[in-house]
Design a protein around this ligand. Structure first.
Ligand SMILES: Cc1cc2nc3c(=O)[nH]c(=O)nc-3n(C[C@H](O)[C@H](O)[C@H](O)COP(=O)(O)OP(=O)(O)OC[C@H]3O[C@@H](n4cnc5c(N)ncnc54)[C@H](O)[C@@H]3O)c2cc1C
Length: 407
């Protein structure tokens, strides 16, 4: 195991990716100084349960933390501190308190922040990103509460599922034509919207928020659809879940990609900034599977990319080739998505209830798929996607043929 004793690694962002990078540096044998700086008051934790078990009250917060015993292996963990600027030429980060901290290697793991709802009264909407957000929201989710969720993406739909299970009267307001449209093929969106409707969620699509006004009956959300028809939904609580913006403001604009993330090569290095890496949701990294730079807002990317960076810092440059994978748990169903959905792609369904749905690229190769309560098949689906396998659509659709046999 390599031993590096006198170097300093500074990690900005003590979320999942930052915390994982610090721990991975130690397990890779890095014995130098590691300073991990995060704005939140908590040590690094994982966010997926914040919209699921933690929000529901089924799981406490203790299980979220990356280093459960809290020892942090001699890592200088600074919570409640924010880095406000970088001096890349002098290899220093500058904190809000004015401290200048020198580094040999810098890892930017600053994640993202919820987008503001850009309408009058948008400030009445809450967002869900942090543990504190989740605990505050949980305290409000009592039976009978009228909850309006703006945005039918993964976070919005998970909050809708959890809140409806807690007895809230939930309305989802989605401006696009269907829910989770960025991630799911139309067939699965339709299936999911029907599950929510059956559970009592009102799912409104193709309708945009114009304004939120406080009135005596609650918060009046003024909506308009594409035909110009207006309507008002009144709620006690509004949650906005319209995506995040990467927290990439520390690097120059030239280092940011089309989605606003920090551009990196496949080893997580930021070209042109010596000793600087970026990881997790903020990183717009060259992805060898996709053949382009891509930002991935997934747990697995925030777990694996920092490990590769830790190996690059302690040893040889290590490429990270993340095959996109995410999951969501809603209304007793587990949804897993491998690959990135491409609007208009040809789909092939397997199973009567569409338990598996694949999509193909222009060459007929399996480019991705959705598994509904079929998580055990994921490794085979990943192999099909990784190998860009041109499986016969008739065989893909035939549930009598194990997926394994097509790999
Ligand atoms: C509610 C919720 C549910 C999710 N569910 C799933 C799921 O089911 N499946 C899945 O695959 N993924 C899920 N995700 C996504 C997954 O949690 C993220 O991809 C992951 O948290 C990204 O980790 P990160 O470390 O890059 O960013 P973050 O976890 O956002 O951490 C970044 C940290 O950096 C801090 N920071 C930012 N700027 C500075 C600065 N200048 N100085 C100091 N600190 C700074 C922030 O305060 C934050 O603590 C979910 C996310 C959320 C919010």
């Amino acid at each position: 195991m390599p031993e590096v004793t006198d170097e300093v690694v500074v990690i900005v962002g003590a979320g999942q990716a930052g915390g994982r990078c610090a721990l991975a540096l130690r397990s890779e044998g890095f014995t130098g100084r590691i300073t991990l700086i995060g704005s939140e008051p908590h040590p690094p934790y994982e966010r997926p349960p914040l919209s699921k078990a933690v929000l529901k009250g089924a799981e406490g917060e203790a299980g979220l933390f990356l280093d459960p015993d809290g020892g942090w292996q001699g890592i200088d963990l600074r919570t409640g501190e924010t880095v406000v600027a970088l001096d890349c030429a002098g290899r220093r980060v500058i904190t809000a308190a004015g401290e200048r901290i020198a580094y040999d290697h810098l890892v930017l793991a600053t994640g993202g922040r919820p987008r503001d709802l850009p309408v009058p009264g948008g400030e009445h909407a809450r967002t869900l990103r942090s543990l504190d957000d989740s605990l505050a929201l949980k305290a409000r989710l009592t039976p009978g509460l009228r909850l309006a969720i703006i945005g039918g993406g993964v976070i919005g739909m998970e909050v809708a599922a959890t809140a409806t299970e807690l007895g809230c009267a939930v309305t989802v307001i989605e401006a696009g034509a269907r829910v989770m449209a960025r991630i799911l093929p139309p067939e699965t969106s339709t299936w999911l919207a029907a599950k929510h409707a059956a559970a009592g969620v009102t799912v409104l699509t193709g309708i945009a928020v114009q304004e939120i006004r406080e009135d005596s009956g609650g918060l009046a959300i003024h909506l308009r659809d594409s035909a110009g028809e207006s309507r008002v939904v009144v709620a006690d609580l509004v949650v906005s879940a319209i995506g995040i913006l990467p927290a990439s403001e520390l690097v120059p604009a030239a280092n940011r990609g089309p989605s606003g993330g920090i551009l990196t090569d496949s080893a997580g290095r930021v070209p042109g900034l010596a000793g600087v890496f970026a990881a997790g949701d903020v990183a717009e990294s060259w992805n060898p599977h996709l053949g382009r730079e891509q930002r991935l807002e997934t747990w697995r990317n925030a777990d694996r990319q920092p490990r590769a960076i830790a190996r690059s810092i302690t040893g040889e440059a290590t490429e990270h080739a993340e095959l996109p994978w995410m999951w969501s748990d809603q209304l007793g169903h587990n949804i897993q998505v491998v690959g990135l959905w491409a609007e208009g792609a040809r789909t092939v369904a397997r199973g009567e209830g569409g338990e598996m749905l694949f999509w193909l690229d222009d060459d007929g190769a399996v480019a991705g798929g959705v598994l509904l309560d079929r998580g055990r098949e994921r490794r085979f689906l990943e192999k099909l996607v990784e190998g860009k396998v041109r499986a016969d659509p008739a065989k893909l659709a035939d549930s009598a043929i194990p997926l394994k046999a097509l790999v």
